[in-house]
Design a protein around this ligand. Structure first.
Ligand code: ATP
Length: 362
């Protein structure tokens, strides 16, 4: 960034953006931290368009771009696993850096000189592709870091260092479920929406799925989920990966997400025969994510068969009325009658469907 406002000896690029630059990758967003109080420093500028007092952040409009600047701060996890309490706004940069998740995310770069500030040997860890937490209580403070570690491991091809791996294993044997499931969900969505099979394999092998709840899953998919999702794209990829977890509702689900889970469970309790009609009727109206989940956990091709069926019949209730048939429960039986034919003969024309209707009411 060339604007002079952003060249300041106390202003640093921080976290992911510095890591990504060292890795030669594009960053999703640019985080800036001011060593000191960012509101005192930038709050009165005409470029300042927003101030957030409790968090000590400002938003500037510079050269047409919105830029957020945080104040250096420390955090306390009074209630482990929940949102930390912010304190000591304007502290030394080092303290701001030490509250972070992994050493690779704890680097700062001066906006003035371009110098990298590395208190935690993060540059070396990037070189040796290593994910290391900053202190032994890191996962206890915030278990969502385990999922963040998974995301970074797969995204960058990194591994946890031995000590961090042991800390993770120990935590997963003694999970404190009094945690913020809202934050856990956010990290799980980000991680699984990447649609990478490797994420899933690590999630299972390292038993990270235990974070969602203490009940042991009965049916963990043993299937190439990545390929299935590429072939049948869905909005909620993450639920295709983990919707089978018996405690999935520990994560605060939206109504749409809950429907996916309900649909999936209904499919599990349905005896689905292999004929076209039974397949069509069983999967009709179910969310695509639920059908994929069923495919994965039941190792069943019936859902895939459903995707290939054409059950759109052209005849409507109005057509039946025009034929002089008064509306009654018989209408839906007639539609089913036409549907059965349509499913085995998708080229059926509208006229042929009408003939079937006439035949039905004869
Ligand atoms: P991404 O590229 O996925 O956005 P990021 O590292 O930029 O990755 P953000 O979630 O944007 O991730 O977080 C920005 C920075 O904030 C991180 O680089 C890290 O320093 C810090 N951070 C984020 N989440 C946590 C956490 N749970 N615990 C500690 N520090 C965190």
């Amino acid at each position: 960034m060339e604007n002079l406002i952003l060249k300041d000896k106390n202003l640093y690029y921080i976290g992911g953006v510095v890591r990504d630059e060292l890795l030669g990758r594009d960053s999703f967003d640019v985080d800036l931290t001011y060593q000191g109080n960012a509101i005192d420093k930038f709050g009165e500028l005409k470029e300042c368009i927003k101030v957030n007092e409790p968090f000590g952040t400002v938003r500037l409009l510079v050269d047409g771009k919105e830029i957020d600047i945080a104040s250096t701060r420390d955090e306390k996890y009074d209630k482990k696993g929940h949102l930390p309490e912010v304190f000591d706004i304007g502290c030394e940069l080092k303290r701001d850096v030490l509250r972070r998740d992994f050493t690779i995310n704890a680097l700062a770069k001066s906006t003035l000189t371009g110098e990298i500030v590395d208190y935690v040997n993060g540059v070396n860890d990037i070189k040796s592709k290593c994910l290391k937490v900053l202190h032994d209580g890191s996962f206890i403070d915030d278990p969502t870091r385990i999922v963040r570690g998974l995301k970074f491991a797969v995204r960058f091809g990194f591994e946890l260092d031995e000590h961090t791996k042991n800390l993770q294993e120990t935590y997963l044997k003694n999970i404190d479920y009094d945690m913020s499931f809202k934050r856990l969900k956010k990290e799980l969505i980000e991680t699984f929406n990447l649609n990478r099979q490797e994420t899933f394999d690590r999630f299972i092998n390292q038993k990270i799925y235990k974070l969602i709840g203490e009940n042991e899953p009965e049916e963990i998919p043993d299937y190439d989920i990545e390929t299935l999702v590429k072939k049948y794209p869905v909005d909620n990829i993450w639920l295709v990966y983990i919707g089978w977890h018996p405690d999935i509702e520990n994560l605060p689900l939206t109504r749409e997400e809950q429907k996916i889970i309900d649909d999936y469970r209904e499919l599990l309790s349905t005896d689905i025969k292999e004929d076209n009609y039974s397949v069509y009727k069983s999967f009709e109206g179910k969310s695509k994510e639920a059908i994929l989940l069923y495919t994965l956990t039941q190792k069943s091709e019936l859902g895939i068969k459903y995707f290939s069926l054409n059950g759109n019949i052209a005849v409507t209730g109005e057509d039946l009325k025009s034929l002089g048939i008064p509306p009654s429960k018989e209408y839906s039986k007639c539609f089913d009658y036409i549907l059965k034919e349509k499913l085995s003969n998708p080229d059926l024309t509208r006229d042929e469907e009408l003939n079937l209707a006439k035949q039905f009411f004869k």
